[in-house]
Design a protein around this ligand. Structure first.
Ligand code: ZN
Length: 396
């Protein structure tokens, strides 16, 4: 089947034209409302019921749930509506003006991942809603590139929008069933400063931090013994001591020292447990040195993704694309959908190689095959009666 490239391009151009940068730095962060409104209007025109949901605690940020048809199960096309910040002077054309050059559509978010939504529109356009025995759901979230507050809000609400989620991040339409989890944490040691000539005048935060970093390196070694997954290019969990700041002079006892680190976990590890274990290792250091150690979170974190290969969704994606499911190095919203008991796979047109950088583009040649796969997924999960039977015995 073909699709209307002109219509796709016009739709994507309108989405790209609306800024929706999400960033922990307030000077960059913008509302995503205009993109959500545009998507709601476009999907409503295709017959979808649309629901725009404010993300609690994040003013100006919204999720969109759009639903076509009804019934048990449901196939969810999920994606984020935000983009990362941009360096305007490094772009060859305006990042907010979708520009076609040599078979590529350039624009901020073209591949990561505003370009997914018009692909879904093209895939559903010829579907007769009366044939659907399970709904087609489109979910557009806020803030994936920063706090993931949109997906978190959905998880907090506790209602799965469907049974199967395809998260349309740019993977060149290769199904991704695994990625690592990520934690970013801070450890602050609060000692007491004093004249360096007499150690009794203070309590060195820097020396306590020396024990803290040794403990973390020791813990990393233990984790790497316990966990190993050959599906990843780096098969073990990693822990990077990223930056450290402390003290103010050679002749002063260091009064305060702060460390930031990240921990990238493999499936089978859970962020809550990791935080608990780290905390348990810090307590004896604080007690022994009679010093305060404050362990806190810089970013709420994402658990690792594992969608078993034998599950219905992975098998369907593998069959339709001819590609075996694999692992990637970046984190996505998919683990939140897994926590809602959905099956979730990451798969969409475009390439992560072009994401998060100037002259981001989506290649036009990828679109027609991607739209065909999305259309076939709809037939498999929402129309074909063969899938109805397997839905009931489908594994998670
Ligand atoms: Zn993305």
């Amino acid at each position: 089947m073909t699709f209307d490239l002109k219509r796709y391009t016009q739709t994507l151009a309108r989405l790209v034209a609306q800024p929706s940068v999400s960033c922990a730095l307030p000077q960059w962060d913008t509302s995503n409302k205009a993109v959500i409104d545009q998507l709601a209007e476009d999907f409503a025109a295709l017959g979808f019921q649309t629901d725009i949901i404010a993300v609690p605690g994040h003013p100006g940020k919204y999720n969109l749930l759009a639903t076509l048809g009804r019934g048990e199960g449901g196939l969810v096309f999920a994606g984020h509506s935000d983009t990362v910040p941009y360096d305007a002077d490094q772009w060859s054309s305006d990042p907010f003006t979708l520009t076609e050059r040599e078979g590529k559509l350039y624009g901020l978010g073209a591949t990561d991942m505003k370009g997914f939504f018009p692909a879904v529109m093209e895939a559903v356009r010829d579907i007769d809603p009366s044939q659907l025995h399970a709904p087609i759901v489109v979910l557009a979230t806020a803030d994936e590139e920063s706090s993931m507050s949109g997906a978190r809000a959905l998880l907090d609400a506790g209602v799965a929008p469907g049974r199967y989620a395809v998260v349309g991040e740019p993977t060149g339409m290769r199904p991704i069933n695994m990625h690592k989890g990520i934690l970013m944490e801070s450890i602050r040691v609060l000692g007491k400063s004093g004249h360096s000539s007499n150690p009794a005048l203070g309590n060195s935060a820097l020396e306590a931090m020396h024990e803290v970093t040794s403990e973390l390196v020791q813990y990393r070694g233990e984790l790497q013994q316990r966990f190993h997954n050959p599906g990843f290019a780096v098969a073990v969990p990693t822990l990077n001591l990223g930056c450290i700041h402390g003290g103010d002079g050679a002749n002063r006892i260091c009064g305060e020292c702060e460390l930031h680190f990240d921990l990238r976990s493999v499936p089978g590890m859970h962020n809550d447990e990791l935080r608990h274990e780290i905390n348990r290792r810090l307590v004896p250091i604080a007690e022994r040195r009679k010093i305060d150690i404050v362990f806190s979170t810089l970013f709420e974190g994402v658990d690792p993704l594992l969608q078993p290969r034998e599950s219905e969704l992975v098998r369907a994606c593998e069959k339709l694309t001819g590609a075996s499911a694999e692992a990637v190095g970046f984190a996505t919203e998919a683990p939140f959908y897994r926590q809602l008991d959905m099956q979730a796979v990451v798969m969409g047109p475009g390439s992560i190689d072009q994401a998060h950088q100037p002259d981001e583009f989506i290649a036009i040649e990828q679109l027609a095959p991607a739209i065909d796969v999305l259309r076939s997924l709809i037939h498999h999960f929402c129309i074909s009666s063969a899938a109805t039977a397997s839905n009931h015995k489908g594994t998670t």
